[in-house]
Design a protein. Sequence first.
Length: 127
Amino acid sequence: MTRKAIATPSAPNALGTYSQAIRAGDTVYLSGQIPLDPESMQLVSGTREQIHQVFRNLRAVANAAGSEFGDLVKLNVYLIDLADFALVNEVMAEYFEEPYPARAAIGVASLPLGARVEMEGVLVVSA
């Protein structure tokens, strides 16, 4: 099976030795995105805006893979405060329609650069 790296300037550059996404067959694995503005490479302020920025970053990478959010089948959400879970649900409803992707929400001690949220996902696409 061939693997293809996906990259776009519309999402933050990788902060380490990883790709923004990898396509393998009909599956695209989206690397974790934190709420960095892709132009300034700075974290956006406020929890709600951080959640929105993460979704914008993930959507940009999905689009670069020739896909859309509707193709997302699995989403992992990492939060430094699980009290933000309801806010994630509220914001997520602005980006997705039913059937929603399968999802996990995990509380973590910290995230890169002091972010409050990070998300990664899996897309299944055709052709």
